[in-house]
Design a protein. Structure first.
Ligand code: NOJ
Length: 688
């Protein structure tokens, strides 16, 4: 039986085509293509076993790969099925992000929904939905309500990603103590074992793939395990008893996602992850505002101040006033203050249950400072370091966020410094279990925090987070997160500090999940006198370019105020650069070598360009054809001076202004470890 209907509801075109399979179809094949017909997914039931494959332009990208789950109790959901029904629908709609790197997002895809039933007639059922976009594929499972499955315990997810060659891969290891904070390795995929997602690949014929997940809300994080050759299997981070996921049918998995592009920049320009998330659940988002902040932070990482109380305590009333004045003078929205609350004294990493989230240190006048900041047009940014003491934090969650709301603190940075599998959970019998940082227990916790913060109108910036999977679409108060080696590694990482190529990999890996609070903008690159064998391995101009290249709706100017006051000219770029964009274009890119990104300000006609390189000098020419034709602009260029070099001459910067139009070709000359940042000011805009 074949049915087709097509409706137009509020600009959303939905076409439905459904097929009822022939009875006893234990072998069946159904295919679905992307709207532009370049990508095809084939679902195949092979003698009762559900499988899928993906091809692009007729060439295999993922060859036949298994689907399904094994359960702790009850029969597996990975075989002995027959196809009950398959339904195809098409969607083409455009939606608006409240903030982001792109205002309007087109969601254009074809969907194939598969319903499987037990082939011998028992009540066992599984549904799988595929969505095929022009830039990749998403699929997810739905376990419908069925007898015997009110309690679901997933022992294993058997989803495979059988890649078709020993592709070049950029990856970080999973199940390691430092969560996602590892340097990316660039190797053939055959050198990987257990890896986090997003993991990004370049095939021999220069197709770019990235495997990740979208909408991780009440499930375990998916890592990947290379089972053999070039095949990965989903490896869900388990609970302490080995069960991977607990739930009650009906239940739906996150989307398994494969981005596919013919250039590295295509991966960055893709909105697949956002399109696979649920629309915004908050009715009022008017209180959510991207912006830039400074804070009492870098001085602790340098060792100049301490989080804990004592003579070097950073979060004092006096020091915070200094930062508030600095923020007000230079137009920053927020002042982050770490170490403001009781709990930091002693070994804070080991004592997560000592933190008090509504109790300031005596030398920190929280209410007075919140008032002082507000009076100067600035807001304090709260800080909740939990050190993984989840139960302690959850007990105080409402009180902590209610306090923020009362004081007009509109954003909180949180932290979860705890080693890989060291999160204490007490069960109903009082027994303590140690959970992984990325298991379902923590996924639930992070979701609870997002919802609590939203109720109190607080935006979040999460460090040591669960990886970004696009939840910001559903909860736009989930602004940004760390989740990779950030700037702080340069303060104390020693040999583990970020190499010049690190930020040329992040946009193609970690940032495919979503914004990152990298905290750019260190001007005192060598910070001599602090912390021995440490420094920032970039030029000064590259620090500026990172504001454009690494997207974050909340960007920090991370250095100490005196270091900005010592260099007012380059500081102007940090003051000017927006954090909310109308549109984004990648002008050139080679993963791990260089990347140049242009973004248009959402609130003016200005464009910004950021270009960075690894340890090699580069010369590029970029066309400014994205500018309005016929309009005059002035390019304010912050570039590496001719003799700049991250290693030997990092501070040498040249700042110049040139008239440009849409027909201009802009030369970019990047020093080793360098970069260029450009504000392209539309004529008529005042230069402020
Ligand atoms: C780790 C975070 O990444 C860092 O930014 C913060 O300063 C410390 N934890 C303390 O919370």
């Amino acid at each position: 039986m074949l049915r087709m209907l097509s409706t137009l509801v509020g600009g959303l075109l939905v076409m439905i085509q459904s097929a009822q399979a022939a009875p006893n179809a234990a072998s069946a094949t159904v295919a679905v293509e992307s709207p532009d017909k370049t990508i095809e997914v084939v679902f195949e039931l092979r003698d009762g076993v559900p499988t899928y494959s993906v091809s692009r332009l007729g060439k295999p990208v993922v060859s036949s790969s298994t689907l399904g789950f094994r359960l702790r109790r009850g029969p597996a959901l990975d075989s002995d099925f027959e196809l009950a029904a398959s339904t195809e629908t098409s969607t083409d709609q455009t939606w608006t992000q409240p903030w982001g790197e792109q205002r309007l997002i087109r969601d254009h895809h074809n969907q194939l929904h598969i319903e499987l039933v037990d082939k011998s007639g028992s009540s066992r059922r599984l549904e799988i939905t595929f969505r095929v976009f022009n830039d990749g594929v998403g699929f997810r499972y739905h376990i419908p309500e069925q007898p015997g499955l009110d309690k679901v315990e997933i022992d294993d997810e058997v989803t495979e990603f059988a890649l078709t060659g020993d592709h070049r891969a950029w990856w970080i290891p999973a199940y390691e103590p430092n969560r996602y904070e590892y340097r990316y390795t660039d190797s053939p995929l055959s050198k990987t074992f257990k890896v986090h997602t997003p993991i990004t690949f370049e095939t021999a014929n220069r197709t770019y793939l990235s495997i990740h997940e979208a909408a991780l809300t009440d499930f375990a994080s998916m890592t990947l395990y290379r089972t053999q050759g070039t095949t990965y299997q989903a490896d869900l981070v388990p609970w302490s008893d080995g069960v991977r996921v607990r739930g009650t049918a009906p239940m739906t998995s996150p989307w398994r996602m494969i981005q596919i592009a013919d250039s590295p920049g295509g991966l960055i320009e893709s909105n697949l992850i956002l399109n696979l998330n649920e629309p915004c659940q908050l009715e009022d988002v008017s209180w959510i505002k991207p912006g830039k902040y400074v804070g009492i932070w870098w001085e602790m990482h340098l060792g100049k101040a301490t989080w804990g109380s004592g003579p070097k305590h950073g979060a004092t009333t006096e020091n915070t006033r200094k930062y508030i004045d600095f923020a007000a003078k230079h137009g920053f929205d927020g002042v982050l203050v770490e170490g403001w609350n009781i709990g930091w004294d002693g070994d804070w990493i080991a004592n997560g249950d000592k933190f008090r989230f509504a109790k300031p240190y005596p030398d920190y006048d929280l209410a007075g400072l919140a008032d002082y900041a507000r009076g100067r047009g600035v807001r304090l940014i709260g800080h909740h370091e939990t050190a993984g003491g989840i139960e302690n934090y959850e007990r105080q969650l409402d009180e902590a966020f209610a306090l923020c709301q009362k004081l007009g603190i509109r954003a909180v940075k949180s932290g979860y410094v705890a080693h890989g599998r060291n999160i204490k959970r007490t069960d109903e019998n009082g027994k303590v279990h140690l959970e992984w940082h990325h298991g379902q227990y923590m996924v639930r916790h992070y979701r609870k925090v997002i919802e609590t913060a939203a109720r109190h109108h607080v935006m979040l910036n999460v460090h040591e987070p669960i990886k970004a999977t696009g939840i910001r679409r559903t909860f736009p108060n989930m602004m940004t997160r760390e989740g990779a080696c950030g700037q702080e590694f340069n303060a104390w990482g020693g040999d583990l500090r970020n190499h010049p190529d690190h930020t040329t990999i992040l946009p193609f890996t970690r940032l495919l999940g979503g914004p990152m609070d990298f905290t750019p903008g260190i001007f005192d690159l060598l910070f001599e006198g602090y912390q021995g064998n440490n420094r920032v391995s970039t030029t000064l101009a590259k620090q500026l370019a990172l504001y454009v290249v690494l997207y974050s709706p909340l960007h920090m100017a991370a250095d100490l105020p005196e270091n900005y006051e010592a260099r007012p000219e380059p500081f102007q770029f940090i003051k000017d650069v927006p954090t909310d964009w109308e549109t984004t274009e990648v002008l050139n890119a080679c993963i791990g070598d260089y990347v140049t990104i242009a973004r248009k300000d959402r609130n003016s006609d200005d464009w910004y360009v950021g270009s960075i390189t690894d340890e090699h000098a580069r010369e590029h020419e970029v066309e400014l054809s994205f500018l309005d034709p016929g309009r005059a602009y002035v390019a304010e260029i912050y570039r590496d001076a001719d003799d700049a070099d991250w290693d030997t001459n990092p501070y040498a910067i040249t700042i110049e202004s040139n008239p440009v139009t849409a027909t201009t070709t802009l030369p970019l000359e990047l020093a080793p470890g360098g970069g260029t940042a450009v504000r392209i000011r539309a004529a008529g805009d005042s230069a402020q």
